[in-house]
Write a protein that binds this ligand. Sequence first.
Ligand code: NAD
Length: 251
Amino acid sequence: MGMLKDKYGLVTGGASGIGRACAIRIAREGGAVVIADLESSRDKGEDVVKEIRSFGGTATFFCCDVANEADNAALVNEVVSLYGALNFAINNAGIGLYVRLADTDAADFDRVIAINLRGTFLGMKYQIKQMLKNGGGAIVNNSSSAGLRAVNLLGAYSASKHGILGLTKSGALEYANDGIRVNAVCPGAIMTPLMEVQSVEYQKELVSPQAMSRFGQPEEVAAVVTWLCSDESSFVTGVSMPVDGGGDASY
Ligand SMILES: NC(=O)c1ccc[n+]([C@@H]2O[C@H](COP(=O)([O-])OP(=O)(O)OC[C@H]3O[C@@H](n4cnc5c(N)ncnc54)[C@H](O)[C@@H]3O)[C@@H](O)[C@H]2O)c1
C-alpha cells in the first residue's frame, strides 16, 4: 500500500465499472483522485467518493463529458486547484456499439469516435500541458482487446480503440524526455455494467478467445492501471498492455 502516496490525478468514467475500480485502488494506494463522469452518473460517482472517504481516502466528483473540449480543460483545472498538480490521469470513459459494419449509422459511428477516441485525445491534450508545467506525470489510456484485433460486431468501437493506441504511442514518443509516460491497457472481457447488458451468447463469444475461460474483474484491470500510474513503472512507456486472461497469446 502507498504506491501513489502524494500523487494527484483523475479518472474519467470513474462512476462505474473499471473506472470506479481504478479510483478505489488508487485511493487505497494513497493517491488523491478526481472522479470525472457525466451529470447523469453523478449519484454513482458520489457513491464512489463516499466509499473512498469511508476508508480514509481522498476523492471528489467532477462533472465532465469527455467529448467536450472545455470540460477536459476544466477537469484538469479542478485537479490542480484542489491538489496543486496533476501526476496521473486515466482516460477510461468509453461506450460500446454492437452492430455489423455496414449496418452502422454514421451518427452512431461519430458518437463512438467522439467519446472514445476524440475524448481521449482531448483529455491527453490538457493533461500533457499541465504535466509539462508540474514536471511530468503518467497517463494511462483504456483501450481494449478490440484495440489490438477485430471483434465481431465492434467495428466502430474497434476503430476507436485502435486509434487510442496510436495516441498512446505518439504521446509516449513525444514527451518521453519531459518526464511524461503514456501507456494503454487492453482489457479482455471484463464483467462491468457495460458487459452485463450483453446477451449470454455474445458474452460467451467475447470470453472464448481468452486462455482463461472466465470474465476478468474490474479490480484486475485497476491493479495494472495503478501500477502504470506509479513510479514503480518508471521505465515503461508507450506500451499497449493486454489484461485479458491470455487472450492476446492465442492470436
Ligand atoms: N468491460 C469490458 O469488457 C471492457 C473491455 C475492454 C475495454 N473496456 C473499456 O473500459 C472502459 C470502461 O468500461 P466499463 O466496462 O467500466 O463500462 P461502464 O459502462 O461500467 O463505465 C463507463 C463509464 O464511462 C462513463 N461515460 C460514458 N460516456 C462518457 C462521457 N462522454 N464523458 C464522461 N464519462 C462518460 C459512463 O457514465 C460510465 O460511468 C471503456 O473505455 C471501455 O471501452 C471495457
